[in-house]
Ligand binder design. Structure first.
Ligand SMILES: Cc1cc2nc3c(=O)[nH]c(=O)nc-3n(C[C@H](O)[C@H](O)[C@H](O)COP(=O)(O)O)c2cc1C
Length: 294
């Protein structure tokens, strides 16, 4: 890791110690009323920016973090019930109006998704946005072919044994018990009616890609994805996470090349996005599988 320098503006710092207290890597200390990096610990800084965000005097700077990326936090007083209402009312939307999603809305959604935490800053997650029916339909076609091929290959014992070996026990069980049946049906519906039951004729699809060289890149991408779905809902859009997308795009050389997905990038999640053509008038109180306090 690069040696980083945490810089304190001596004319602003009042030695309050807030930065030293918040630093998760114990990089900072206050000496003679002034915050400074502890000699020898500077390279432990991982650029979380907390020292900058906690400094009421705006005295802290961290090399590599752009000061213009920081702005005043809104005064606390957030309504937890409003957040609960937002989260309760988010639904997986699978019916969309035949209307494109404005680029400004998609930009805003992605900006909001980037508020997610990450194992080690900065973000390791990238977004690839497919807009327009041609690119979305292209993905549907590759998915339809991919799942039909898997279905055919696993019709005999030999094929099933190979899949079990390659996919591993858990992934094979999911494929056998859920995925193959669902995608077979989706392919049948498509052949009969032209209806897309994989991507729901969505006007936009967002793929979230992780950088495999980064710490916790899979978890990072899933957290961004959840934020993106909540942001979509807050912006009046509908979305659904489509677990059927990553295994197909991940293995499609043609799509990876076409969409410029680099070798170090792993396709980890995908959501369809559009203007909802369905209104949910009820919410369901759901519980976790189990809650125990010990
Ligand atoms: C990991 C994951 C994968 C999913 N994959 C699909 C999918 O391939 N197709 C689909 O229609 N919905 C998919 N969903 C949406 C779920 O079916 C949906 O979240 C669930 O039924 C609960 O409904 P809600 O999102 O409206 O609360 C997926 C959700 C998750 C979390």
């Amino acid at each position: 890791m690069n040696a980083l320098t945490t810089r304190t503006n001596p004319s602003k710092c009042n030695g309050c110690n807030a930065c030293a207290k918040v630093c998760p890597m114990l990089v900072l200390e206050v000496v003679d009323g002034l915050a400074r990096a502890i000699p020898g610990r500077e390279d432990k800084c991982f650029r979380c920016g907390h020292c900058v965000m906690v400094c009421a005097q705006d005295a802290m700077r961290v090399d590599g973090l752009d000061p213009s990326d920081f702005s005043e936090a809104l005064p606390w007083g957030f309504d937890a019930n409003a957040l609960d209402r937002l989260m309760q009312s988010r639904r997986s939307v699978r019916r969309f109006l035949d209307r494109p999603v404005d680029r400004t809305l998609l930009d805003r959604l992605l900006e909001m998704s980037a508020t997610a935490p990450m194992g080690w800053p900065p973000h390791s997650t990238s977004a690839l946005v497919l807009t327009g029916p041609a690119e979305v339909r292209r993905l549907t076609t590759v998915m339809r072919t991919g799942y039909a091929t898997m279905d055919r290959m696993t019709r005999n014992m030999m094929g099933r044994a190979i899949f079990r070996l390659v996919a591993g026990r858990d992934d094979w069980a999911a494929l056998r018990d859920y995925v193959l049946g669902l995608t077979r049906e989706a392919n049948e519906v498509f052949d009969r009616t032209g209806q897309d039951k994989m991507l729901y004729d969505a006007p936009a699809v967002i793929l979230f890609l992780g950088n495999r060289t980064c710490l916790s890149f899979k978890d990072n991408a899933l957290l961004v994805t959840q934020n993106a779905m909540l942001a979509a809902h807050a912006l009046g859009l509908g979305s659904t996470m489509i677990g059927l997308v990553p295994p197909i795009v991940e293995r499609s050389r043609a799509l990876r090349r076409r969409w410029g997905i680099a070798d170090h990038q792993v396709v980890l999640a995908a959501i369809v996005v559009g203007h909802p053509a369905v209104t949910f008038v009820r919410v369901q109180h759901r519980r976790l599988a189990d809650v125990r306090y010990v």
